[in-house]
Ligand binder design. Structure first.
Ligand code: BG6
Length: 443
């Protein structure tokens, strides 16, 4: 598809949290660059709302005259003929259907769209994660969507893959001998991927109650960052080959074992979602191992939590030490302060021969604006570039990797450990294991 053809972005859930916090700001920036040709937006909303009401508070003035809103009941099949007429689909442009709705609603909408005949080759469907809620539901979703749409029309979003520093993992690992030489269990003894969030569940209590930290962050975002860290680099940096290489890394992982998984919940969560006794985890930490000989024996730990002390996402590589007085930490900082940081012992200036820790690395200067992940996702979908979207095989494999833990947690009705909002991820882990964490987590 040509880059400059007309694109209509049809957003289900236009008034929701994702749309107002991420999609509309991203679209406003994309439109301002003029790089994606003629873009218009059709928002679908159950409640009746005007374009001015939707955009006014947010200040996306450049979207106003290219946006329209259709109020409809998305659970009624008959409404989709009206939607189809509103779109006036023809072959002169493409339609991106953005499903900013939970997985159960997404499948039904795809059925209705397909049945209403809106499944021509110029229609693409963008799914928000999680794709399904477990392995079986993902298989079912894949089967149902394939009745109307081909795989090349489906874009499964994991916006962490589109973060600038996530893409940079590949560039830095493959582009520098310094990194490629040490990238195996010969030099690396452990890898941690951590996403610490300060926000709670905000307006998304209903969604979060059915999701939890395991499905929300670990199944997609953190497993994908881990895959980028472990996978072979495609020859010639062929970005199109990324999904295949990520999948190979996921295939080599063993399923996480319940005795290597921890879950917890922040105090106040149950009141916030109005569900006393809720067993939904807002904090989770799982350790994987890989069958790939390159990574044999290296613990791979993924940790995430909401309502913690700091917002950061990073990948921390622990190099093997030759002796105790060596530093050994290399970090990919996915956000904030995007960049790379290496802990470095150096001589402390002065007359005494003492050492001190300094940091070697880079981060992007403040005036160098990095594209937001959702801008990249939308631009790539408009241009039909799929390397930063997850394939059905990747989705299925990631659910398989979590299956034992999901099963164990669904049968365990004991109250979760409850942590104080504002504590650090390492404090939660230390408290739960009653041991000082072997590798302290800090931002
Ligand atoms: C989303 C999750 O996918 O990612 C949210 O559903 C989470 O719960 C968000 O807050 C974090 O994204 P980011 O880009 O702000 O780190």
């Amino acid at each position: 598809m040509s880059r400059l053809q007309k694109t209509t972005i049809l957003i289900f859930g236009i008034t929701g949290d994702l749309s107002t916090r991420k999609l509309l700001p991203a679209l406003s920036k994309i439109v301002a660059t003029g790089e994606c040709g003629d873009v218009s937006i059709v928002g679908v909303s159950r409640r009746s709302i005007t374009v001015d009401e939707l955009l006014a508070s947010a200040g996306f003035d450049n979207l106003a005259d290219r946006t329209s809103i259709l109020s409809m009941d998305i659970s009624q099949a008959s409404e989709y003929d009206r939607l189809s007429r509103h779109l006036a689909l023809d072959s002169s442009g493409q339609v991106l259907v953005y499903l900013a709705v939970p997985p159960s609603a997404a499948t039904q909408i795809v059925d209705f769209i397909g049945a209403a005949g809106m499944c021509t080759p110029n229609v693409k469907i963008l799914f928000e994660k999680p794709f399904g809620v477990d392995y079986d539901s993902a298989v079912e979703m894949i089967g149902r969507t394939s009745r109307y749409f081909k795989e090349d029309q489906l874009y499964r979003i994991d916006h962490y893959l589109a973060k600038e520093m996530a893409q940079n993992i590949i560039a830095v690992r493959g582009g520098n001998a310094l990194f490629s030489q040490v990238w195996s269990n010969k030099s690396i003894e452990a890898i941690e991927v951590i996403a610490s969030e300060t926000l709670g569940v905000e307006r998304r209590g209903g969604f979060y109650e059915q999701t939890g930290a395991l499905r929300d962050i670990i199944q997609g975002h953190l497993l994908q960052l881990l895959a980028l860290t472990l996978m072979d680099i495609p020859p010639g940096f062929d970005w199109k080959a990324l999904p295949k290489f990520r999948l190979a890394a996921l295939e080599a992982l063993r399923q996480a074992k319940p005795d290597q998984a921890i879950r917890a919940q922040y105090k106040e969560y149950q009141d916030e979602v109005g569900n006393p006794g809720s067993l939904t985890e807002t904090f989770a930490s799982l350790t994987f191992t890989s069958t790939d000989p390159t990574w044999h024996g290296v613990p791979l730990t993924l940790t995430t939590g909401k309502m913690l002390d700091t917002k950061f996402t990073l990948i921390r590589i622990h190099l093997k030490k030759q002796h105790e007085a060596q530093s050994n930490i290399l970090e990919f900082r996915i956000q904030p302060d995007e960049g790379i940081r290496i802990e470095l012992y150096s001589k402390k200036p002065g007359y005494n021969q003492a050492f001190e820790v300094r940091h070697l690395g880079f981060s992007y200067p403040d005036d160098e604006q990095l594209p937001e992940a959702y801008e990249q996702v939308l631009v790539d979908a408009i241009r039909s570039q799929k390397s930063l979207f997850t394939t059905s095989e990747e989705v299925l494999r990631s659910w398989q990797l979590l299956a034992l833990v999901q099963q164990a947690w669904s049968f365990d009705s004991t109250q979760l450990y409850r942590y104080q909002p504002g504590v650090s991820a390492s404090a939660v882990l230390a408290d739960m294991t009653k041991l000082p964490p072997e590798f302290p987590i800090e931002s």
